[in-house]
Design a binder for this molecule. Structure first.
Ligand code: NAP
Length: 302
């Protein structure tokens, strides 16, 4: 890259560090949307496809970040980000770093502090879609940090999908991200364990899915019905008039015992049963099942 190219930066120039499966998808979406994209990756040949599409390959990370007013990071974790950006902090000063790596709230707060000590503007972010959906209109990206930085760079961030601003507290993007991933894994595990339960009687997952998912979606996982129940969590209001937690404990016993009887793994239902038992021991047995929320809000063993 010539010095002239880095002097003539336009607002929609963007640099991208990290070309795993997700970084490659980000790069392709940005090139498609007409951005001048400069990329760097530890393994340089992973950029070949993007270069063929029109991206520019930087030889060093410092050269990459100097090419644009914004740098997107898409690495495996925060520690790798510090390692990779170590030689590029001077080049990044006065520019925006948008970190899309996964991590924890404390890691996001530490990254903001680190950026501040180097004069780097910082937003934290999280990607809520798999690589093939990046750049599509419904692709949700979460951001947190200074509002003015988000507002100023929103048009560029919108090229990746639907940017949602969560607030000035920089850790909110990773907090929401982990909460939403927890919903995903818990739901998937419920379906997988239930499929294993009927598979123990030689029923294929496809046959079970046909009936079970037809029941599950409108009855249990209907978004409107869950949204109607969310105010009860905020209010701590769990009337047991239509069914108590004590009654639900019976069902959790049955799932655990049936798993054991059928010779499949039983740790998952046992854990759900133990949480319900803890809630009952805390005096919540006459409320409805949602009252286990009170147990989840406290640290283990409290
Ligand atoms: P990944 O395996 O998490 O990250 C791969 C990237 O990290 C590559 O660029 C790799 O470089 C780089 N890297 C790893 N260790 C390094 C080191 N010591 N020094 C320099 N570079 C290093 O793959 P990914 O799927 O692209 O994910 C990137 C981020 O996106 C993650 O934080 C992930 O949580 C998030 N995300 C991914 C998905 C998904 O479905 N893939 C969905 C949502 C969010 P090399 O190419 O040289 O190995």
């Amino acid at each position: 890259m010539t010095p002239q190219q880095s002097i003539n930066q336009r607002d929609n120039d963007i640099s991208l560090v990290g070309l795993g499966p997700m970084g490659l998808a980000l790069g392709a979406a940005l090139v498609r949307k007409g951005h001048a994209v400069t990329v760097w990756n530890r393994t340089p040949e992973k950029a070949d496809g993007l270069v063929a599409l029109g991206a520019r390959r930087a030889d060093t990370v410092a050269e990459a970040v100097a090419a644009s007013p914004i740098t997107l990071m898409c690495l495996n974790d925060y520690d790798t980000m510090y390692e990779v950006l170590g030689p590029a902090t001077t080049a990044l000063a006065g520019r925006l770093l948008v970190n899309l790596n996964s991590g924890t709230p404390n890691e996001a707060r530490a990254a903001l502090e680190w950026a501040g000590t180097h004069g780097i503007d910082y937003l934290d972010g999280a990607i809520m879609v798999p690589p093939p959906l990046v750049g599509e209109p419904g692709a949700v990206f979460l951001y947190s940090g200074a509002r003015d930085l988000f507002d100023r760079h929103r048009p560029v961030l919108a090229s990746l999908g639907d940017p949602r601003y969560l607030g000035a507290e920089v850790s909110l993007a990773v907090l929401y991200n982990t909460a939403m991933l927890e919903m995903m894994y818990a739901t998937l595990n419920g379906w997988l364990h239930a499929s294993a339960l009927v598979a123990s009687a030689n029923i294929p997952a496809t046959e079970f899915a046909e009936l079970a998912l037809d029941w599950f979606m409108p009855t249990v996982l209907d978004p409107a019905s869950l949204a109607r129940r969310a105010p009860a969590l905020d209010a701590g209001d769990y009337p047991g008039t239509l069914g108590t937690l004590a009654m639900n404990l019976n069902a959790l016993h049955h799932i655990t015992r049936t798993s054991e009887e059928q010779g499949i793994h039983s740790a998952q239902p046992r854990l759900m049963r133990e949480i319900a038992e803890r809630a009952i021991a805390a005096g919540l047995g006459e409320g409805n099942y949602l009252s286990v929320y009170e147990i989840f809000k406290k640290p283990d063993g409290a």
